[in-house]
Design a protein around this ligand. Structure first.
Ligand code: TYD
Ligand code: MG
Length: 491
């Protein structure tokens, strides 16, 4: 036998040896049936957090929200083997870190509070999400921002899916922005929006709102999780490819029928929330996530008849209409982002008629209040049993800093004991479960802001680096027992 697998016979004829080939397998009818069977095409997604579930459930495992699960058609069944072929695939462009040109400078709108929250201006080719309750003023803010960017010499396109261009123009006239060069469009079809944007290549594009946009490649209603995700994905990739900054507006939804802005938070570079109490004129723009700047930065605005006005000195505004010092009222020296902000914390402790007394909180965390009450009861023996407790952060601002613990404890004790805290005093400090007070960051900045606004005294935890805060006498307290003994005259 030679190397070609041929056998020489006596007669000299060559005979090719056939390798035995097994007969083809008989098709298994059951397997075939399985392969052809369509995969389940529906899944269930939470409209609040976007978590995907195999079946409908009443409460989302991801975020704990009730009745937010909606049936969704998945975006795709995954790429088929064919589309992932290596030979025909386009090679992606690889560049060196060092060879990349210096990123262009940030664009400033000239609205100081907005630029501050963005981390010092808008980054080109970035995607920003602005979330907030319906009617809080997102469209007003973004129309003003659009006009500000246009006035600074940038090309801006404002796409409204909610209002007709005439309505947007009417609002602009009311805001005194009618002569601005912002280009308006009223459109909900994403394909048309992208075609226009690719032709125009603006510096900034505002989409109001992402829930009204509709991609015809996705087989579900506008506002559903898959639609919102698909549209946000298309728009963010447009931003990266064409260098346009894209701002998406997202309504915070309560009823679970429409996907909320949290569904796209992970796709964008910056997430801002516009918050505020309806009854108050203050509005706070808060950076929750920022790839290009500090998170937790806030910008403060005031809603006026002529739109949003910037508030450069929020402490003065939040304390502006303060009454004479009363039991239960304490001024907390807080830090919001990089800026110190003074706010008034009010507590009311009153006998309860209910078997389970009420604990009501506005502007602070309810479970944190329960913790402060428990520590007060356990470490000082002052009981709040049989008493209703109401806690309110005045001015409509929401505080999330643990440094407010001591101010809350002071407000609760002050109302409970009916003893006012000495006037012109600010309070800050974190409470430990042992009843000790823990030092907090940026004590010097807090004290400086308090001194600037005419406060003369402060209560802070022992160990705080108070620096050389002039004009303010600081009382450093080690624990709650000392606070109760020194300030409220009880042991
Ligand atoms: P809007 O920007 O439409 O809210 P969103 O886009 O978040 O749904 O704001 C609507 C509210 O703002 C409305 O209740 C009226 C108030 N507003 C003013 O007080 N002054 C103004 O100049 C404008 C334009 C709106
Ligand atoms: Mg709106």
């Amino acid at each position: 036998m030679d190397s070609r697998g041929e056998i020489a016979t006596d007669s000299g004829r060559k005979m090719t040896r056939r390798l035995p080939i097994p007969p083809p397998l008989a098709p298994n009818p059951r397997m075939d049936q399985k392969a052809n069977m369509a995969k389940p095409v529906t899944q269930f997604a939470c409209t609040d957090c976007g978590a995907v579930h195999k079946k409908w459930i009443g409460r989302c495992d991801g975020c704990g929200a009730w009745n937010t699960i909606q049936e969704e058609v998945p975006l795709s069944q995954g790429p088929s083997k064919k589309s992932l072929g290596t030979a025909k695939g386009k090679r992606m462009a690889l560049t060196d870190l060092s060879s990349e040109e210096v990123p262009p400078p940030r664009t400033l709108s000239g609205m100081g509070e907005l630029d501050r929250v963005l981390g010092g201006g808008l980054v080109p080719a970035s995607a920003t999400l602005v979330g907030g309750d319906p009617g809080i003023g997102k469209s007003t803010l973004l129309l003003q921002a659009a006009a500000a960017f246009a006035n600074a010499g940038h090309s801006v396109v404002y796409v409204s899916g909610e209002e007709a261009t005439a309505q947007v123009r009417m609002r602009a006239q009311r805001l005194g922005l009618a002569d601005s060069t912002v280009r308006l469009a009223s459109e909900t079809n994403l394909r048309d929006v992208l075609t226009t944007l690719e032709a125009e290549k603006p510096d900034l594009c505002i989409i109001d709102s992402i829930q009204t946009m509709w991609a015809d490649t996705v087989d579900s209603a506008p506002g559903s999780v898959s639609q919102v995700r698909a549209c946000a994905h298309e728009l963010t990739s447009f931003a990266k490819r064409f260098g346009t900054s894209v701002i998406l507006v997202g309504h915070v939804t309560k009823d679970g029928q429409i996907a909320g802005p949290r569904v796209v938070e992970h796709m964008v570079d910056t997430v801002l929330y516009f918050e505020g109490e309806r009854g108050h004129q203050f509005r706070i723009l808060r950076a929750v996530k920022n790839r290009f700047g500090p998170a937790d930065e806030i910008g403060v605005f005031e809603m006026t008849g002529m739109g949003l006005a910037e508030v450069a000195n929020p402490s003065a505004l939040f304390l502006g209409d303060r009454d004479a010092p009363a039991p239960g009222s304490v001024v907390f020296a807080g830090i919001e982002g990089t800026r110190p902000v003074l706010v008034e914390i009010q507590a009311l402790v009153a006998p309860s008629q209910l078997s389970q007394p009420r604990r009501a909180v506005v502007g602070w965390d309810g479970s944190r209040l329960s913790m402060v009450l428990a520590v007060l009861e356990a470490r000082t023996g002052i009981s709040f049993q049989g008493l209703d407790v109401y806690l309110n952060v005045a001015g409509g601002i929401r505080i999330s800093e643990p440094a407010a613990d001591l101010a809350v404890a002071c407000a609760l004790l002050s109302s409970r004991e009916d003893a006012a805290i000495p006037p012109e005093t600010v309070v800050f400090g974190e409470l430990s479960l042992s009843g000790a007070l823990r030092p907090v960051a940026q004590a010097e900045n807090r004290l400086k802001e308090a001194a600037k606004l005419g406060f003369t005294a402060a209560m802070a935890p022992k160990g705080c680096k108070t620096g050389n805060a002039s004009g303010i006498s600081v009382r450093l307290l080690p624990d709650l027992i000392t606070l109760v003994g020194d300030v409220f005259g009880a042991g």
